[in-house]
Design a binder for this molecule. Structure first.
Ligand SMILES: [Zn+2]
Length: 310
């Protein structure tokens, strides 16, 4: 990739604009509801991003009850107002994103998104800090995990706690994208609600690009629940589930050991082979995701896909 020596991209507010907005919040124009706080150049292993810090100007409608967090918009490459921008709107998941937890697919989706944006040479990752545990916050997510370890699925666990199955909204993400000059996106997601949420807030979703990662023994049930109860478009899970069941039946000792570890509350030196046991069940389909669009899926959600693609 050529070194970026050209003028600021259309994705980026012009020089001086950020300082101006910091002095006078609310100047964001179409980006009603967010304030741009600052930005910085952030070189990463995926390329050099310009990372913008945003804060919602409205009270959080989430369930955390804390001050509105700062969201990130990570911009790579040049913007083009005439083409739909490759975008990932990623919901914060401390366990998945920071620790690589195998309980969910968040960490792998985050990495795959950055890789796909880097491969394209341009795109935006919006990282939403108020979306932990589908909007219920970290502590409540952990309580939901305890219920899941006792047999509940991820939806029933939330409902048992008196919380919504999915409490996320996408107005802030849409406002951030609008502030960056983005009107139309090619969205990396398996979640039709996410595409519909952006559409609802004025961002055209020209294309949905699947972002499916390889299931493992720890997250297969979670993924099946996301598919069957939350409507996420996930392919090939039945085969993966069967493989996990096979693995369990031929390796009962291993699973029993893991269960014992899970239920222990004392910290133990965990040199057990749980990491080794994580079952890789097929290849990540990030390559397929890059080329595979599913407008039909968008349209079945009642959301017209009206954008153009370059
Ligand atoms: Zn997660």
């Amino acid at each position: 990739m050529l070194e970026d020596t050209s003028p600021p991209a259309s994705h980026r507010p012009p020089d001086g604009e950020i300082d101006r907005r910091m002095e006078e919040p609310g100047l964001a124009g179409v980006a009603e509801g967010v304030a741009l706080l600052a930005s910085a150049r952030v070189p990463t292993s995926h390329g050099e991003f310009r990372v913008f810090s945003y804060r919602s100007t409205e009270a959080l409608d989430g369930l955390n009850g804390h001050a509105p967090p700062e969201h990130l918009a990570c911009v790579l490459g040049q913007g083009d107002h005439d083409a739909a921008t490759l975008v990932r709107v990623h919901s914060e998941c401390a366990t998945g994103d920071l620790l690589g937890s195998l309980r969910c697919d968040c960490g792998e989706q985050l990495g795959a998104s950055l890789r796909l944006i880097a491969e394209e040479g341009a795109g935006i990752l919006v990282y939403l800090r108020s979306h932990e545990g589908r909007g219920i916050g970290l502590a409540r997510k952990f309580r939901a995990y305890q219920l899941q370890d006792d047999g509940a699925d991820t939806v029933d666990a939330n409902l048992t706690l008196g919380l919504p199955a999915d409490g996320r909204s996408y107005g802030v993400a849409a406002a951030i994208l609008a502030d960056l000059g983005v009107r139309s996106v090619r969205l990396l997601t398996n979640n039709l609600d996410k595409a519909a949420g952006l559409l609802e807030h004025g961002i055209d979703v020209a294309e949905r690009i699947p972002l499916q990662v390889a299931p493992n023994a720890e997250n297969i049930r979670y993924l099946l629940t996301k598919r069957d109860r939350l409507g996420h478009l996930l392919d090939g899970l039945d085969g993966a589930a069967a493989a996990v069941a096979d693995e369990a039946s031929t390796d009962e000792d291993t699973f029993a050991e893991r269960d014992i570890h899970r239920k222990q509350t004392a910290a133990v030196a965990s040199d057990e082979a749980s990491a080794d046991e994580a079952v890789a069940l097929g290849e990540t389909n990030a390559d397929a995701a890059a080329s595979n669009s599913d407008l039909a899926g968008l349209q079945t959600a009642g959301a017209p896909a009206t954008g153009t693609r370059r």
